[in-house]
Design a binder for this molecule. Structure first.
Ligand code: C5P
Length: 254
């Protein structure tokens, strides 16, 4: 691993040069951060679970004809992906009010939204990823109107798929964050889904108990993060109960 060239290190992932031109290796770390990195912990087993859950979701999306950067999982912590030019936007889809929308608009957490809402945040740690309007995105050239249309229609399709997938596992998809990139192939360019979809980037509530099965367990000091992520993986049929060995080592529950 150390012989590969490290191209980028983020809060929860590292990108290495891939084995072939146009490919990268996406490595899932165990690091959890919140509040733009103010709170940080290493949670043994998180990266392994996110790698598996994200692989499962991206594979299904590829099969549904939603283009993604994902090629294949390589090992416990790594995926082979296509190199894309990341669009500097966090695209958030919300079905139920939770998190920042409650603070910003005074909506009560848990309120079902009359229809799904798509929001955009400009990816800039120094600015704390501010929420932006479509007008800002096209005016500053972060994406053009056609790209923004593609992003929004893919976000709606991804939300439909994920809502059904999680619903069948007894889980309500409250909201999630996705990122997109430009994939250049010969003389064409298309927008594809990039990054990851995992309990780090979604809010997932158990339908029966309303228990949180996502990164809010870390943000709100609820403990049991790895157990919750493992529960999600088991309910999706990714892990059997016997696969607990996937999260080896001491379990940090609190
Ligand atoms: O904090 P907020 O309510 O805006 O988050 C909405 C959704 O986007 C949540 O599922 C959260 O986990 C995800 N998110 C993320 N990365 C960020 C900000 C939010 O994955 N930097």
């Amino acid at each position: 691993m150390s012989r590969r060239r490290r191209l980028y290190e983020g809060k929860a992932k590292v990108l290495y040069e891939g084995p072939e031109p146009g490919t990268l290796v996406q490595h899932f770390k165990d690091d959890a951060t919140a509040g733009n990195g103010e709170k940080h912990e290493v949670i043994d087993g998180k990266g392994v679970l996110n790698n598996r859950i994200s692989e499962f979701i991206f594979t299904h999306l590829n099969e549904l004809g939603i283009p993604t950067h994902f090629i294949k999982r390589m090992n416990m912590r790594e995926q082979l992906i296509r190199e894309v030019e990341i669009i500097p936007l966090e695209v958030v889809v919300r079905n139920v009010a939770a998190g920042s929308i409650c603070k910003r608009l005074g909506v009560e957490s848990g309120t079902r939204l009359p229809r799904s809402i798509i929001e955009f945040y400009y990816k800039d740690d120094k600015l704390n990823d501010p929420i932006v309007a479509e007008e800002h995105i096209t005016a500053f050239g972060w994406a053009n109107p056609q790209e923004l249309d593609d992003i929004m229609s893919m976000a709606v399709r991804i939300n439909d798929f994920l809502c059904g997938l999680f619903m069948s596992a007894g889980i309500q998809l409250i909201d999630f964050k996705i990122e997109f990139g430009r994939l250049y192939e010969e003389d064409t360019m298309r927008i594809v889904l990039a990054d990851e979809i995992s309990p780090d980037s979604c809010r997932l509530w158990d339908i029966k108990t309303q228990n949180k099965l996502d990164k809010d367990r870390f943000r709100q000091d609820l403990g049991g993060l790895v157990d919750a992520y493992r529960e999600v993986a088991q309910r999706l049929g990714i892990l059997s109960e016997a696969d607990n060995a996937l999260a080896t080592g001491p379990r940090l529950v609190k």
